[in-house]
Design a protein around this ligand. Structure first.
Ligand code: C2E
Ligand code: MG
Ligand code: MG
Ligand code: MG
Length: 280
């Protein structure tokens, strides 16, 4: 690359890196402003069981710009992580989860709420203390919160991570491995961690029931989870065929556009009421 010199002796390679760094900085600055300006909110997406009864919900962050357009979390969460804003953000998500749960409870619609916890947030020395503080301040029960972590959390400080998980589990927090099967592949961690749940990544669910190998992978994950006594949520269920396949194979909980799109709290409550009425 270095030979392809552009104007002023700056190579195209360097210019590309510079543009990339500028894009990243702009995104980080925009995201900081979005936090200040209240452009962030939490949506909820329903999880249902094989009888189509609501059994939980995942909180998903949304960034809506003043012009109405949405910036996807897969774009802004990495920016929040590289800028350090993920720390206050993670705290805010935790508090929102507690407040949402209390509001759902008052409406007679309480279900356990899952939140996505960034590895950076989880590794903060004060994390356990912060979780404790939010629970005490809001009065929400720890037993109603599920922390979704990815296999990325397991690549370093494994012993410390496991110890911290046990501390939180002792308080009543439950743990889920998100996007299961797409990350770290050493399964030994499954027997050391206080896990409650696996979430099968939507890339695997997409392959069912048409693709033979994809289907075999999903069936194997379901069987393994059963043997380990773990609950399973199938993520990204979009078709009736996928739902029927899952209902015929160990009946995991399901989350996906087939049932409901992530929605703001009020709309989520309406979705819950209609699913409950239909299932009853
Ligand atoms: P995730 O935790 O795996 O969340 C599931 C993603 O699948 C969500 O994308 C959800 O909208 C999407 N989804 C649900 N059902 C379907 C379906 O039937 N088909 C398809 N194609 N997609 C479906 P979303 O909301 O864009 O979030 C993307 C990722 O951003 C999340 O993946 C999570 O890793 C991260 N994220 C979102 N909110 C937070 C947050 O509050 N904190 C942290 N640390 N990360 C978050
Ligand atoms: Mg998740
Ligand atoms: Mg996931
Ligand atoms: Mg994901």
């Amino acid at each position: 690359h270095a030979k392809v010199a552009g104007r002023n002796g700056v190579t195209l390679f360097e210019a590309g890196m510079l543009a990339e760094a500028e894009r990243k900085l702009t995104l980080e600055r925009d995201f900081a402003a979005a936090m200040e300006n209240g452009e962030l909110s939490m949506y909820l997406q329903l999880q249902i069981d094989h009888l189509r009864m609501p059994v939980g919900a995942e909180l998903l962050m949304r960034w809506q710009r003043p012009d109405g357009s949405f910036v996807p979390p897969d774009v802004f969460i990495p920016a929040a992580e590289s800028s350090g804003l993920i720390y206050p953000l993670g705290q805010w998500v935790l508090r929102q989860a507690c407040e949402y749960w209390l509001r759902l409870d008052r409406a007679g619609l309480a279900v356990p709420l899952s939140i996505n916890v960034s590895p950076l947030q989880f590794r903060q020395p004060e994390f356990v203390e912060q979780v404790c503080a939010v629970l005490v301040e809001t009065g929400a029960p720890a037993s109603q919160l599920i922390f979704e972590v990815t296999e990325g959390l397991l690549v370093s400080d494994l012993n410390e991570t496991i110890a911290r998980m046990h501390e939180l589990a002792q308080m009543g927090i439950r743990f889920s491995i998100d996007d299961f099967g797409t990350g770290y592949s050493n399964l030994a961690y499954l027997k050391k961690m206080p896990l409650y749940e696996l979430k099968i990544d939507k890339s695997f669910i997409r392959d069912t029931p048409g693709d033979v190998n994809g289907t075999a992978i999903v069936q194997s994950i379901l069987a393994m989870a059963d043997h380990l006594g773990l609950r399973v949520v199938a993520e990204g269920v979009e078709t009736d065929q996928q739902a029927s396949f899952l209902a015929a194979n160990r009946k995991p909980a399901m989350q996906g556009f087939l049932f409901s799109r992530p929605a703001p709290l009020e709309e989520f409550m309406t979705q819950m009421r209609s699913w409950r009425a239909r299932a009853a």
